[in-house]
Write a protein that binds this ligand. Structure first.
Ligand SMILES: [Zn+2]
Length: 498
């Protein structure tokens, strides 16, 4: 099999996967640095030694500037790189330079003859803003080429990627994605996010990605074209984008822009280098500014790549630890428009539960009201609704820790409940079950009061709801966690001796 994709771990819709192409493999989420086949500033060998085992380049530029060489040597030898090479079709350039006689057949045949590992079929980017009529044409054109490529070149060793177009017309995105998946593409790529991102339309980016994800099988890897920006990467990962490509590391470097996790800075106006990558530990702002342009671009490119790589590593670690939501929320604080996007993202909670483990080893942080939409909380609420079963006409609400363990108390004088600041009333024997006992709640989050808990129990059909506990003898020392988890009103109404 020349191609396979295996998901090893997941959180939200983000996943850690292994993408196998031919005899080579990449761990996802992965970002392909985009390299220029003629004027590459950072040598491919250096990219490999930085840990980039896959690169992306443009087959159109190779075709127009180094065709004979490429056909003779193959793309790997041409670029001095034996990792995974992905080629873009150059649909954008074909359009830009009006080279319209170059059809899908020439583009596909060339990519296959130079032994590209992964190749995008000839498409026409929708772009933004765009009229719907034109957007529809880009989808139809890209789809027809994609189908014809798979038919004519499907048996070659090159893995074909179907480009999803449609821009911000979500009905078109859905049709495009569905049709490509149905045509049999093993990997898909979502187009047109660049202008959307340049216009800070991050909430639209969320809508675009989730629209595409809904239309394709969960097992199909999804590439997001040109989304190499540290601010949006965690959110794109959490929405299920498996691979990215970035030319931004070098484009930013050329104009003297320095990436940080919190945003992009201008070198000229900086005093310090807030980074410990090999570039930043050996130099200073002054020294970088004194370099000639190609040298400075190269140093800044390497730094920018380290930032992007760091951010991806952080996302992967967060997936393993089950705290991808936390990192997405943290990054959203960097820009008001990202915050907007985060609220859009939080609204997708029920879909995000799909890849979220039901049981996590780490406790849950509920730091803001929007954290109440965490998929872990939604799943727990569903499980709780199933677990609540009325066996008596009266209910007692326990306020001391550990009472739920005393089975003898159940049924005696009514069903025993506790009130959780977030989940409300729950059967007391579940006190130490995940995530009831493992949730840290911030003071800014609206919480259940004891009264609200009692009211909810009455709504469940209990005639009589009383307070239990406070007199049950042996007390355990309450953990810091449960102390913080208790709501203020719960605490103030506690009559227990201290
Ligand atoms: Zn650095």
């Amino acid at each position: 099999l020349p191609f396979s994709f295996e998901v090893k771990d997941s959180d939200l819709l983000g996943r850690i996967g292994v993408l196998k192409v031919g005899g080579k493999s990449l761990e996802t989420p992965y970002m392909f640095p985009v390299i220029h086949p003629v004027s590459q500033n950072v040598p491919t060998g250096e990219l490999l030694s930085m840990g980039f085992r896959g690169l992306m380049t443009n087959s159109y530029i190779i075709h127009s500037r180094r065709r004979e060489e490429a056909l003779k040597e193959g793309i790997h030898k041409l670029l001095g790189y034996d990792g995974v090479l992905m080629t873009d079709s150059g649909g954008y350039q074909v359009l830009e330079y009006g080279d319209l006689e170059l059809g899908y057949r020439e583009v596909a045949s060339f990519q296959s003859l130079i032994h590209s590992d992964i190749a995008v079929t000839l498409d026409r980017p929708t772009g933004y803003p765009q009229e719907k009529r034109v957007a529809k044409d880009t989808v139809d054109y890209s789809l027809a080429n994609a189908r014809a490529t798979l038919e004519g070149f499907g048996s070659s060793e090159t893995v074909w990627v179907g480009p999803i177009q449609g821009g911000l017309y979500f009905d078109l995105v859905t049709r495009s994605a569905r049709s490509l998946a149905k045509a049999g593409f093993q990997m898909l790529a979502l187009g047109s996010p660049v202008q959307v991102m340049e216009n800070y339309m991050y909430a639209d980016l969320v809508r675009m990605i989730i629209t595409a994800k809904r239309a394709i099988p969960y097992a199909t890897p999804l590439h997001l074209f040109g989304a190499g920006h540290p601010l949006t990467m965690p959110m794109a990962v959490a929405l299920g984008c498996d691979t990215f490509d970035s030319a931004s590391y070098v484009l930013f470097a050329r104009s003297g822009r320095y990436m940080t996790r919190g945003g992009v800075l201008t070198l000229k106006s900086m005093k310090y280098l807030p980074c410990s990558c090999p570039v930043c530990t050996k130099t200073s702002v002054m020294e970088l500014l004194e370099l000639d342009h190609p040298q400075r671009t190269r140093q800044l490119s390497i730094h920018n790549l380290f930032i992007l790589k760091d951010e991806l590593q952080a996302c992967k670690e967060a997936i393993v630890e089950g705290r991808l939501w936390d990192i997405v929320e943290e990054r959203s604080m960097a820009h008001p428009r990202l915050r907007e996007a985060f609220l859009e993202f939080a609204g997708l909670s029920s879909e995000l539960t799909l890849g979220t483990p039901a049981l996590k080893e780490r406790g849950l942080f509920v730091r803001s009201a929007s954290d109440l939409s965490r998929p872990e909380i939604l799943s727990a609420q569903r499980r709780l609704a199933d677990a609540i079963e009325r066996s008596s006409r009266s209910a007692r609400v326990g306020i001391g820790e550990g009472e739920g363990r005393k089975g003898s108390q159940m049924g005696k004088g009514g069903d025993l409940y506790k009130v959780h600041p977030i989940f409300g009333p729950f059967p007391a024997e579940l006190e130490f079950h995940y995530p009831l006992g493992q949730t840290e709640v911030g003071d800014m989050v609206p919480q259940f009061s004891l009264e609200a808990g009692k009211k909810q129990l009455r709504a469940l059909g209990y005639r009589k709801v009383t307070i239990a506990g406070g007199s049950s003898g042996k007390k355990k020392v309450r953990s810091r966690r449960s102390r913080r988890g208790a709501s203020p009103s719960l605490r103030s109404s506690s009559a227990r001796p201290r």
